[in-house]
Design a protein. Sequence first.
Length: 213
Amino acid sequence: MATDSPEFKQGAVDVADAFEYYIDNLNEGRPFILAGHSQGTMALIELIKNRFGDDEDLRNRMVAAYLIGYTITDADLEASGLKIAEGADDVGGVIITYNTQADPSVESRMLFPVAHCINPLNWKTDDTYAPKSENLGSVFYNDHTGEFLREEPEYCDAQIDLATGALITKLPEDVDLDFGNQPEGVYHRYDYGLFYRNLEQNVGDRIQAFSEQ
């Protein structure tokens, strides 16, 4: 597994050290949000398992964790004391997670049979379909330069496949995206970008809900 490699283990240590520095020197007891993708999410999973399980105050101060692009398991939740978000504005130790794919798609290296998922268009954890009209905007950047390329509202839909835990979406027929080295039908590279504006709005919604507790 990737988590067994020396490179990943060192990266996870660096993430944990950065978090401790932030908590000790910069946070000053305030609420906070965690966010990661792919290997970043893998490192944050190690962080929440090792750091949050025995610290109720830390769990309660975390508005939410956006741990996208890798599988969150029941064992991860048990070790961390956190839970999967069940709506658009639940806060305090909740995790937002999903892995985006086509239907059908080749097996993803990021999606395990025990995966949890929440739909970033309607914020449901069942298989309620969210049409593309609910997509506030997909945003695309150049991965290498950070240059903004374009934004497209109502770009794609979303529905959870309860059998696999995957977030299924249908892209436009004339799609022109570089999916990198991912297997066919695995949209891992665009987990954030495809639902960018909905995620952006949701961060604000959860911050507002947290402040009104």
